[in-house]
Design a protein around this ligand. Structure first.
Ligand SMILES: O=C(O)CCC(=O)C(=O)O
Ligand SMILES: [Fe+2]
Length: 347
């Protein structure tokens, strides 16, 4: 397969997505620094990034170097296990079972592990997963993965709260999140392609609400800028050392009444080193209804998507095999303007 070159690879000035240093920002700011100026500014910038780019990079003191190194080493050990062992991880849910080097994505291997509930510190699924992979146990893997999962979920929920705060919706929606939101943790390895470049993950939009990705020191994530609709325009996101990437998904776009952008992205492998990445995916619970809150609908912002059950959307995506416009075709109302930026190539 010919891999279209990202327009900025080797360019002097790389395409830059917004970058935020969240420092130690956490839950407490939202409740105690009520309306604090710096906090409000950060929330607005996060919202702008989600609207304009559909993604941004950030650092947080919550995930120090030692934890990131432990995670990458744990993943190396995990993916080095025999295929028969890795294949023991099966789930009826999409993107959870072990996926090994399929035709469409021959260099990718991945696992998905469900969380029990976003606000509960419940490590049962990760414990069971570790025991399934290593009969003799692997406490280092379990501890790193467990801590990383929890920190990334914290950041995921924090970013959602920043977005809600910037839309002025803190009080109306924060209580609802735990009832309607779930999350899962995805572990990925991209093997080195034999040619100079290879597609690690095909172009897609995330169906879920918000994704946070961490990676080892091998770049590869590419995005399609919002204003570019031709398939030849891809730009590499240069993720600073130790930073994470947040990516807006289709469910959040629908919920926001089209305000935020679910950015199309893919992974292209260009080097000689394996790429490891890990993602925290926040998603509506299967039976939750994805629906724009009344505050985000008015005469200047008519309702763009009909309310829908998230599970029905996922089912539609997998059955229809629709490569583009899945959200718009599935739930778009006639009031929706033509939105070429919203195209989704299903994984
Ligand atoms: O590995 C990455 O950096 C991207 C993964 C991704 O896009 C996904 O799992 O949806
Ligand atoms: Fe993705």
């Amino acid at each position: 397969m010919v891999v279209p070159t990202a327009s900025n690879v080797g360019a002097e000035k790389p395409y830059e997505i917004p970058f935020f240093d969240f420092g130690a920002a956490g839950e407490e700011e939202i409740t105690t620094v009520d309306g604090g100026e710096r906090w409000r500014e950060l929330c607005d910038k996060v919202r702008e990034a989600c609207e304009t780019h559909g993604c941004f990079c950030f650092t947080t003191v919550k995930a120090p170097l030692k934890l990131r190194e432990g995670m990458a080493e744990g993943l190396r050990q995990l993916f080095d296990l025999p295929v028969e062992t890795k294949e023991r991880h099966v789930s009826p849910k999409p993107y959870r079972s072990y996926l090994g080097k399929k035709d469409a994505v021959p260099y990718l291997e991945s696992f998905g592990i469900d969380d029990q509930a976003p606000d509960v510190d419940d490590e049962a699924a990760l414990k069971a997963f570790t025991a399934l992979m290593w009969a003799q146990g692997n406490p280092e893997f379990r501890e790193s993965a467990s801590e990383m999962r929890a920190k990334m979920l914290d950041m995921n929920l924090l970013i959602m709260k920043m977005l809600l705060a910037s839309y002025g919706l803190v009080t109306t929606l924060s209580h609802a999140a735990a009832d309607t939101t779930t999350s899962y943790f995805r572990l990925m390895k991209y093997n080195v392609p034999p040619a100079a470049a290879g597609i690690g993950m095909v172009a897609h939009t995330d169906k879920s609400t918000l994704t946070i990705l961490g990676q080892n020191d091998v770049q590869g994530l590419e995005v399609q800028p919002k204003d570019r609709t031709d398939d030849s325009c891809w730009v590499q996101v240069v993720i600073p050392e130790g930073a994470f990437v947040a990516i807006v998904g289709d469910a959040l776009k629908a919920w926001s009444n089209g305000r935020v952008h679910s950015v199309r992205h893919r992974v292209v492998l260009r080097g000689e080193k394996e790429r490891y990445s890990w993602g925290s995916f926040l998603a509506p619970k299967d039976d939750a209804t994805v629906e724009a809150p009344a505050e985000l609908v008015d005469k200047d912002h008519p309702l763009l998507y009909r309310p829908f059950a998230y599970a029905d959307f996922l089912l539609y995506c997998s059955v229809s095999k629709l490569k583009e416009d899945a959200l718009k075709v599935f739930a778009g109302l006639s009031t929706s303007p033509v939105d070429d930026g919203e195209r989704s190539n299903l994984k």
